[in-house]
Design a protein around this ligand. Structure first.
Ligand code: NAI
Length: 305
């Protein structure tokens, strides 16, 4: 169905103004790609200094995109950065921001209580038509939505890091998500340049549900002495065509993040063999070896760069 033919008010059905809550790694990326596609974006966080950092990272990332897009035309590149930045504003006042927004994308810390507090605080303030979405990696969208009175206007928008680079967007429907909301989320995802897939509200959605247990299995393989981590990585790159092996990927994502996801699933589904705790992973995390960000995980990294 073409968007122009929508029977309900077209003014209300299009998403033009978005609020991104949480200006960390993911939130700043989401704000950037939305602004690049012409959305009016407000990025909300709790403190001014965090917002300042988010702004700096967006400017730096946009300059990289500009260099790629307009290699031979410096002026065009500058214009691209300037016009994108003009679409983004920043705020620490979430309640005020959501009063005029079509979509709220939540990308705050991965904590159900924090997410509940956030959505409770905006449910009665945001306009009727406003759609709420969470970028959670491991929590249930239905559980997050449960505190709101707009479950029909609630869904998951699961982006991948780094957001400006990764093309995939997982759009998650809970049982209550209305067809209209689902279409709005899919259309918005496409409009900001992502390839969207649809998934039910299950642990890890599609990508992490396959990747996280695979890492667990890779570590168990290492523990059994089947092969070295380096050889397992080479095997998966050259034999399965993966751009990174499981250990490289875990180091890149952060071992604490992987452990956190696995622990959460294990607690909820204690009988699922693939979600069981992984000894070596837990040991590395307890030693502060979290992967690239701490200089060491399964591999050692040169932290001077
Ligand atoms: P982060 O720690 O980089 O950023 C979180 C930001 O949220 C911080 O700037 C923090 O100040 C802010 N924040 C916390 N509570 C807030 C509140 N009540 N209101 C406004 N801002 C608040 O975290 P990251 O990595 O960006 O993750 C955010 C969400 O995205 C999580 O739910 C995570 O599961 C999900 N996610 C993370 C991915 C990753 O690769 N890091 C990938 C896909 C999803």
């Amino acid at each position: 169905i073409s968007r122009g033919m929508a029977t309900s008010s077209p003014m209300r059905s299009a998403i033009n103004h978005v609020t991104i809550v949480g200006g960390g790694l993911m939130g700043s990326g989401i704000a950037q790609v939305a602004a690049q596609s012409g959305n009016k974006v407000v990025l909300v966080d709790v403190k001014e200094d965090i917002i300042k950092k988010a702004e700096e990272s967006i400017v730096a990332s946009l300059k990289r995109v500009a260099k790629k897009l307009h290699k031979d035309d410096h002026a065009k590149g500058e214009e691209f950065v300037k016009s994108t930045l003009a679409n983004i504003s920043y705020s620490v006042d979430l309640q005020k921001t959501v009063k005029s927004t079509d979509l709220v994308v939540e990308a705050i810390i991965e904590n159900i209580k924090a997410k509940h507090t956030l959505f409770t605080s905006i449910d009665s303030v945001a306009p009727e038509h406003t759609v709420f979405a969470s970028n959670t990696s491991s929590l249930s969208i239905g559980e997050i939505a449960s505190v709101t009175k707009r479950k029909d206007r609630f869904g998951g928008l699961h982006f991948f890091n780094p957001v400006p680079v990764m093309k995939l967007l997982e759009v998650i429907r809970i049982d209550e998500t209305s067809e209209e909301t689902y279409q709005k989320l899919m259309n918005w995802g496409k409009a900001i340049g992502k390839t969207c897939i649809t998934c039910k509200d299950t642990p890890g959605f599609v990508v992490n549900r396959l990747l996280v247990p695979q890492l667990g299995e890779a570590v168990r393989m290492l523990e059994r002495g089947v092969a070295t981590s380096r050889d397992i990585d080479i095997a998966m790159k050259l034999g399965a065509g993966h751009p990174m092996g499981p250990f490289e990927l875990a180091d890149y994502t952060g071992l604490d993040t992987t452990k956190y996801i696995l622990d959460g699933w294990h607690e909820k589904f204690p009988d699922v063999e693939l979600f069981k705790p992984v000894e070596t992973l837990n040991k590395l995390v307890s030693e502060g070896k979290l992967g690239r960000k701490s200089g060491e995980g399964f591999y050692k990294y040169n932290t001077t760069k």
